[in-house]
Design a protein around this ligand. Sequence first.
Ligand code: PMV
Length: 333
Amino acid sequence: MITTTELIASLLQDQRQSPAKITGNAFAPSNIALIKYWGKRDRQFNLPVTSSLSVALGDKGANTTISLAPGKHHQVLLNDTIISTDSNFYKRLASFLDAIKPDSKQFYRVMSTMNLPVAAGLASSACGFAALVTAFADLYAWNLPEPILSILCRMGSGSACRSLWQGFVEWHAGERDDGLDSFAEPLPYTMPNLAIGLCILTTAEKPISSTNAMNRTTQTSILYDVWPKQVMTDLAQMKQALATQDFALMGQVAERNALAMHATMLSANPAVCYFLPETVQVMHTIWQLRNEGMPIYFTEDAGPNIKILAQKQDIPAINKMIKNTEWISGVGN
Ligand code: PMV
């Protein structure tokens, strides 16, 4: 079996091996999955069991600068704070840098700023790894086709492969063992009226990482067998909703897909429950508003925060009922 380092080296074999400039810079938006990626068919390369579909969060994301570092280890700064070399976050980033760097003796200084809460289920690893890969490609002036960039991002964090574009994006699961057919691409749909509300209930670090929760679910959940089949149905219906700009259908499918994903987690052993009491409270408020006639839906990732899917004109009315929501409009353009 080929290693991650060998696979990456083969993808980069015709590219520059020495930096083309002093610093590489990039921005990558965060993305929220409307059809979720939940379960890996291969852990080494982050290959998913199913395809997934996301919407990017506009200017919410990661700005990253990378340069060569003197010394014998990588330096990582997140939001101006030096990350300890003992932390899991550092180790994950450092091993990815070691796999992608053209010169095995080289170390890097990575400075990243994120304008959304880190590790609270707001897809910060997605924009973080996508900005890292594109900043790296900028430093070396690599001229890589988008699918290859997406594959590199995926090897850092699965959902990062969808963070290279604005708008709606599909990540094709692929079938190959080496994952060369598992990458994302932008979709030609728009939904100009879509607004996403980040309802931030806590910024605390999540109790279990998405990777660990995913692996536990695939191994032990009594409901996991039905998940891939449901994703196929949901993905087809989501594309139909986007193609016809059918907001209500989009919301219905996104919400049921997210709840089905959480149902697989709740039936894992031991159960994975990202819901806080406040999460459930917000869900009930959303259902109440919907019963009263407002087209409002939600999705939720591996964390307790809710992402509200609504239409721009309803934002003032929603704000009266649900507090602490940061709205991002223009995401569906
Ligand atoms: O890319 P990861 O390992 O952070 O997993 C992301 C998992 C979900 O956010 C729950 C779903 C998704 O498709 O983004």
